[in-house]
Design a protein around this ligand. Sequence first.
Ligand SMILES: C[S@@+](CC[C@H](N)C(=O)[O-])C[C@H]1O[C@@H](n2cnc3c(N)ncnc32)[C@H](O)[C@@H]1O
Length: 212
Amino acid sequence: MDFIPKDIQAYAEKYTSDEPESLSSLNRETYVNHLYPRMLSGHLQGRLLAILSSLVKPEKILEIGTFTGYSALCMAEGLLERGILHTIELNEENETTIRKYFNNSVYRDKIKLHFGNALDIIPTLEGMFDLVFLDADKENYVNYFELIISKVNSGGVILADNVLWNGKVTKAKETDKETMGIRAFNEIVKNDSRVENVLLTVRDGLMLILKK
Ligand SMILES: C[S@@+](CC[C@H](N)C(=O)[O-])C[C@H]1O[C@@H](n2cnc3c(N)ncnc32)[C@H](O)[C@@H]1O
């Protein structure tokens, strides 16, 4: 579902900072070579991720759900000089595209790519994070939140994508596991006294969460 009329979306993109050429190239290549290319964050949300990351000035970023690497490269723009971004992807079919764009990036030495199930990998990651982008399997959003909340520094930020799930979250008859997973996540975040949050109606819904 497109929540925003096409002409308004085009206008918003026109008056948003340009997408860097390397990311336009990755965007195009993802649409040509990968299934479900709409999973990629894209120009407007990508610039939002880059600006939010620059505001947070993270030393450590965790991304759950790399896909072809677009959002990781956006968030890497805000990393501190000594910073590192961990990103986790289940599907090894994405590896060639991810490695091509990470290796050609100025952030190549600051990105650590993990392949496997994020539910298994997150507990093995040491230390605390300043920024987390949750963008993998929707039925596990609550499990991811529970795994990461104690690993986020006070003042740190969690972003969760697709929290409107095509608008299905608002329709009681929709009871598939992804819709139920997102609804449960939104409920838990709203009622967790450790965080403040705003559900931004950007693209498919982006939950912005501040750890107190
Ligand atoms: C929406 S896409 C990520 C898009 C990417 N963050 C971006 O904005 O360009 C979700 C990705 O999560 C991956 N994924 C799904 N379940 C996963 C899991 N349990 N562990 C790690 N990755 C998973 C999928 O293979 C898919 O590539």
